[in-house]
Design a protein around this ligand. Structure first.
Ligand code: LMR
Length: 342
């Protein structure tokens, strides 16, 4: 090879290398890039880890970190340690957190159809609640926050709620006189306590133990797993097993984060959400049953289990809320709730 031919081929090689390097820089880090993005995802929730939501979140984190070879980090903030009921939604909208999984009844201010878990004795079991939220109406409700840039991905169950209070044993709708109960919020829960002749007040979950301890309210309603993990039974002398309303969640993300993911990254995150959903759905009943056993063993609270006739008395008293809220929630939603139990 002559000298200027050699020079030309060296220059050509150098030029090709420069082009390749430029190409790499252009795509690195962008959402159109190939390869798994190196990102940190925050997941904030308000409950303890040994609950259906806590376990679902851990399963999701483990899956995503494993399948991304550690390129994606998922930081979980349980027990309202990052955001609480008051501020988690705004922070999701602002993309300060990428996943939250709130009790659906806390969204009633955005859409009254989120009152579904508070409708009395609406679902026979977790499977029926899951069938509703996976169905057409449930999906429509979960999509109703899209104007805020919030996407509802999958429903995670917790379970049926039970009453606790510090004043007296409750075994009939006549026993509520003069009592005030903390609720998760919403018009339907407020109406239910009204029908029982009791007062109600919405208090963030993170403040509930103190509110019960200090007598701000006499009672509250919750799942066994929430009562046990937050030790509400320590400060509540009585518990009535009623299963009249439910705590159900959905896992929500925001469009700013979601749209920033390339296909490969999104596929892993989506599969992680599926994994969390599977665990939350499979474990919810067992975790609540186990928590009930622990509450019994601890022996702080006197437990009342009602006969079918006593439960029927509650059904009868609470039934009028269905008529009261039919226009706001929708006859079609009621119909879908009924169908989900079949
Ligand atoms: C409550 O506020 O009592 C529950 O909704 C908390 C939760 O997320 O389970």
């Amino acid at each position: 090879m002559k000298l200027n031919e050699k020079l030309l081929s060296v220059l050509f090689l150098a030029f090709t290398l420069v082009l390749a390097a430029c190409g790499k820089d252009e795509v690195a880090g962008g959402s159109d890039s190939d390869g798994i993005q190196e990102i940190t995802i925050k997941f904030s929730h308000v409950v303890a880890e040994n609950t259906p939501k806590g376990q679902g979140a851990i399963a999701m984190k483990e899956y995503i970190e494993r399948e991304s070879d550690g390129k994606i980090t998922v930081e979980i903030y349980p027990n309202s340690s990052l955001f609480g009921d008051q501020d988690e939604y705004q922070n999701l909208v602002a993309n300060n957190v990428q996943f939250i999984a709130p009790d659906l009844s806390k969204f009633v201010g955005n859409n009254p159809q989120f009152n579904v878990p508070s409708l009395p004795f609406a679902f026979d079991n977790d499977e029926a609640a899951i069938a509703f939220w996976d169905g057409e109406k449930g999906q429509e409700i979960l999509s109703s926050l899209e104007a805020d840039g919030v996407i509802g991905l999958k429903m995670w169950p917790n379970g049926g709620k039970h009453l606790t209070n510090d004043e007296r044993q409750i075994d009939s709708p006549d026993d509520f006189d003069g009592l005030k109960f903390r609720t998760q919020g919403g018009q339907v829960l407020e109406a239910l306590y009204g029908l029982l002749g009791a007062g109600s007040e919405s208090i963030p979950f993170g403040e509930l133990y103190t509110a019960l301890d200090q007598g701000v309210v006499e009672g509250q309603e919750n799942t066994f797993s929430n009562i046990e993990s937050k030790k509400f039974d320590e400060v509540q002398k009585y518990m009535t097993v009623l299963n009249h309303t439910r705590v159900d969640y959905a896992i929500f993300t925001n469009t700013k984060f979601w749209d920033s993911l390339n296909e490969e990254t999104k596929a892993i995150v989506e599969a992680g959400v599926e994994e969390g959903t599977k665990v939350a759905r499979e474990e919810a009943k067992a975790l609540n049953d186990k928590a009930f056993e622990t509450i019994k063993e601890r022996g702080f609270t006197e437990i009342t289990e009602l006969t079918p006739e006593q439960i029927q008395a509650f059904r009868d008293v609470l039934q009028p809320v269905y008529d009261e809220f039919e226009d706001e929630i929708g006859t079609d939603v009621y119909e879908a709730v009924r169908a989900a139990n079949e």
